[in-house]
Ligand binder design. Sequence first.
Ligand SMILES: [Zn+2]
Length: 80
Amino acid sequence: MEHFTLPCCPSCGKEMKKGFIQSGTRLAWVPKVTRLTVEPSFNQDAVLLSKQSRLSINYVDAYLCESCQKVLVDYGQQGD
Ligand SMILES: [Zn+2]
């Protein structure tokens, strides 16, 4: 097993807390906000972030800095 280091907050440099962002719908980064009725993957500029569990929960790995109130999303990794 590879040793896993938690990322540091880009603002304060402290170690971030590992967790997830979960949603009932697919999560995407978008360059601008559109109506929620539009499926994110239909927007060609959208970057789909979430994976889907067997229970139809959409989630993505995310790291939290409570002091700066920032969340860092890691969307490149597939599977558990
Ligand atoms: Zn911070």
